[in-house]
Design a protein around this ligand. Structure first.
Ligand SMILES: [Zn+2]
Length: 213
């Protein structure tokens, strides 16, 4: 079974990906991991990608293309894959179709996690992270026993720069602008299933299972 999972920051995509991977025994493929792996293995494309990363530049689509092609051609993928965070743009979606076609593979399910923007803002801006052990809290949903102090190690709790309202708004805008055409593209295939991800994680996963079967 080959699956794509999509969702804005804060929709719980990482948690759901881990649950799907475990339950369905698929290979979890994220572009970040693939890049790191290719770089570590010093493959030809990995070295190319590293040149861009060293410069602090975005790795261009044609390099990502080669990395995905290389990854999907490996044997372990035959049991199924879960793509996480890719494709991010319409161009990448069209390109992924070409890659899959050339390998005689196809996508079976597309899961789109949806959470109302107001709930996302509440989830993200209420998040506090321990400066020392990185334990994550939430001022309403998972407060520390003593305000501003980590239960685990006594370290100081901080709001990460990414977790401010301003940063989140920018990330959401960028996410919607680039992925809206992707969702529209896939909607024509009839594969997209929108999942209400504002519920509890266990409930969201139950809904995902009823889609994947
Ligand atoms: Zn701590």
């Amino acid at each position: 079974m080959n699956i794509l999972i999509m969702g804005a920051p804060g929709t719980g995509k990482g948690t759901m990906s881990a649950l799907i991977k475990e339950h369905y025994d698929v290979v979890h493929v994220s572009t970040g991991d693939m890049l790191r792996q290719a770089v570590a293995e010093k493959t030809e494309v990995g070295l190319k990608a590293q040149e861009y990363m060293n410069k602090g530049a975005l790795v261009p689509d044609e390099v990502i293309h080669d990395i995905i092609l290389e990854r999907l051609a490996k044997d372990d993928i035959k049991k199924g894959f879960l793509f996480d965070g890719y494709p991010r743009t319409l161009e990448q979606a069209i390109d992924l179709d070409k890659i899959l076609e050339s390998l005689n593979m196809k996508i079976d399910h597309i899961i789109d996690l949806k959470v109302d923007d107001e709930i996302l803002k509440d989830r993200i801006t209420g998040r506090r992270t321990c400066k020392d052990c990185k334990e994550i809290y939430h001022i309403k949903n998972k407060p520390s026993k003593v305000e501003g102090v980590c239960d685990v190690c006594g370290g100081e709790l901080i709001q990460r720069k990414d977790d401010t309202l301003e940063a989140l708004s920018t990330r959401l805008e960028a996410y919607y602008a680039s992925t809206k055409p992707v969702i529209e593209y896939y909607e024509k295939t009839g594969l997209v299933k929108t999942i209400d991800a504002s519920k509890k994680a266990e409930e969201v996963f139950e809904d995902i299972k009823s889609v994947l079967g």
